[in-house]
Design a protein around this ligand. Structure first.
Ligand SMILES: C[S@@+](CC[C@H](N)C(=O)[O-])C[C@H]1O[C@@H](n2cnc3c(N)ncnc32)[C@H](O)[C@@H]1O
Length: 348
């Protein structure tokens, strides 16, 4: 099972120069930029300091810099960062000050000695902390614990809007499908609303692992079945409700995790095709979406409006709500034109 999980690629026999706190950090950062691979041998802070220096040397563009410049910076930083390695032994990061990362045993059960890019160790550490602490979701009234590599909501206005929609839903509750379930939040909301059977799907195996672990936290079994694969999967059983919180902008999908944020050309077309085949007569297809696409990608055809124009579905209602940005360090909220949306469709 863990073999099929998404995980950072282990480096099995690293050929790398060893660096520690006696090596000048600026020099180490420059060597990473020049293409050398380095292995940190003493302390976690040594690795963190080298990556900070690398970031400074690559000169991060300001927040207002063009998208292409910010993207180029991120790529260069990532490429060079991946050449700084950390040693892993017996599922522990072998550096002073390194905290426990339980995911190392979950993701690399078959490996005892290897190395990982330091930047991946940092992200595994962040993910482990989030997993252990959990994320409190008001719409559920409890914490969910996203597994490594699983999309977890950072803002919640779209979930609150979906909760508003769901509280007005009066249709049948025999079966629902939550497409692209992530850490399972929509499926768990459907469960609280007493749907009898819920199929939660995702193309990311870590998302299904996340929901499977979540389900084990409940004292009694919940009626959530899991499917790892594309969109609605291949079980032809019809559903009264199909919900999808898809990626909200079009973009390059280079890795599994990009699929949470960016959609490729045909994603919506395939989703609507499958939803049309699977929805019960009078059933509802509901998309949690945002006007962000109109704000940042005005040239990209709107995927839901394009489907409505084809005439296979009609709009029952569309709910919208303003998004509030979280306050910055000085307590000020940046104004935004962003709105979250819930689109409720039925077949013609
Ligand atoms: C924006 S996230 C939403 C996650 C969760 N439903 C929520 O509301 O927090 C989109 C999810 O859809 C999944 N996804 C993207 N394309 C998919 C596809 N073709 N088939 C199945 N899942 C997909 C992603 O892996 C990701 O977990």
């Amino acid at each position: 099972m863990p073999q099929s999980l998404y995980r950072p690629e282990p480096v099995l026999s690293p050929t790398a120069e060893r660096v520690d706190r006696r090596t000048p950090v600026e020099r180490s950062a420059a060597r990473l930029r020049e293409g050398e691979t380095l292995l940190v041998t003493d302390a976690y802070s040594t690795g963190a300091d080298i990556l900070d220096a690398l970031r400074r040397q690559l000169r991060p563009p300001g927040e207002d810099a063009p998208y292409a410049a910010r993207q180029a910076f991120r790529r260069a930083l990532r490429e060079a960062s991946l050449r700084l390695l950390a040693p892993i032994e017996a599922h522990r990061v072998m550096l002073a000050e390194a905290a426990k990362i339980g995911f190392l045993a979950d993701l690399y059960p078959e490996l005892d000695h290897f190395a990982l890019p330091f930047v991946e160790v940092q992200s595994l550490h962040g993910a482990w902390t989030l997993y252990e602490e959990g994320v409190h979701l008001t719409v559920l009234g409890y914490r969910v614990h996203p597994f490594y590599g699983t999309y977890a909501p950072t803002r919640t206005s779209h979930l609150e809007l979906f909760a508003t929609w769901l509280s007005g839903y009066e249709g049948p509750r025999t079966r629902a499908i939550d497409v692209g379930t992530g850490c399972g939040v929509l499926a768990l909301m459907l469960c609280r609303r007493r749907f009898e059977q819920i199929l939660a799907t995702d193309c990311n195996p870590n998302a299904l692992e996340s929901v499977a672990r979540e389900l084990k936290r409940f004292p009694a079994p919940l009626p959530i079945e899991l499917f790892c694969g594309d969109l609605l999967g291949d079980d032809p059983t019809p559903a009264d409700l199909i919900v999808f919180n898809p990626p909200w902008t079009q973009g390059p999908v280079e890795g599994l995790l990009d699929r949470a944020l960016y959609f490729e050309d045909d994603l919506f077309e395939r989703f609507f095709e499958q939803a049309r085949a699977r929805i019960t007569p009078g059933g509802r297809v509901v998309l949690v979406f945002s006007n962000i696409i109109a704000l940042v990608q005005p040239d990209v055809p709107h995927p839901i409006e394009a489907e409505l124009a084809r005439g296979r579905f009609k709009l029952v209602q569309k709910l919208c709500r303003k998004v509030k940005n979280p306050p910055d360090e000085e307590g000020r909220r940046r104004r935004t034109k962003e709105r979250v949306e819930v689109w409720e469709l039925e077949t013609e």
